[in-house]
Design a protein around this ligand. Structure first.
Ligand code: IMP
Ligand code: MG
Length: 194
């Protein structure tokens, strides 16, 4: 039975559930090939990436472990400043390990830039990024993103882990926030809570 969602905040679907599943399977296969015989540690960035990471990890067929970080970016409601505060650090050291950061979405790239610098300073054997979504038109800093799920337009996205004021993470697809439709600009909530 299809789920009935009457919430007027849910706008146009940007990525269907089937397409998410299919792409996650492809990414898992690619990662399994690239990380065969290595010491793979997935680092999920809380909270948004949890949903993607849980699906992705089950498509990875080589030994791997998982750890989490929680960060908050300072900034206005719409722009992240690049100044990031660690709310929860990793449980384990990453020196000598093959680290793959798993992110829900890369917008300006400033949060990820900070994370890469911070984790890079801990001397992992390798440090790469797997992002489910990117908004290339919003990018402020160029970053090497090894694995990308989907490029989406400059719309505020919700669902499959992405929230608007902590809601809608449970949607099985990615949609645009309806309030954002037609304005051509992202209109996200405060950034503090990721
Ligand atoms: P950045 O530092 O500008 O790249 O922001 C990255 C973070 O902002 C992501 O990890 C998300 O938590 C949040 N974010 C950016 N764009 C969106 C969006 O469209 N929907 C929901 N969260 C977003
Ligand atoms: Mg968020």
């Amino acid at each position: 039975m299809p789920r009935v969602l009457r919430d007027t905040d849910i706008g146009e679907i940007l990525v269907q559930a089937d397409d998410l599943q299919h792409r996650v399977r492809e990414l898992g296969a690619q990662i399994s090939t690239d990380y065969a015989d290595r010491d793979l540690l997935l680092i999920g960035v809380l909270k948004g990436a949890v949903f993607f990471l849980a699906d992705l990890m089950r498509e990875i067929e080589v030994p791997c472990e998982v750890d989490f970080m929680a960060v908050a970016s300072y900034g206005s409601a719409t722009e992240s400043s690049g100044v990031v505060r660690i709310l929860k650090d990793l449980d384990t050291p990453i020196e000598g390990r093959d680290v793959l950061i798993v992110e829900d979405i890369v917008d300006s790239g400033l949060t990820l830039q900070y994370l890469m610098r911070n984790l890079g300073a801990r001397n992992p054997a390798s440090l790469e990024v797997c992002a489910l979504l990117t908004k290339p038109s919003r990018r402020k800093v160029e970053l090497p993103i090894r694995f990308t799920g989907f490029e989406i337009p400059d719309r505020f996205a919700i669902g499959y882990g992405l929230d608007h004021a902590e809601r809608y993470r449970n949607l099985p697809y990615v949609a645009a926030l309806a309030l954002d439709e037609g304005t051509g600009t992202a209109d996200p909530p405060a950034r503090e809570s990721r």
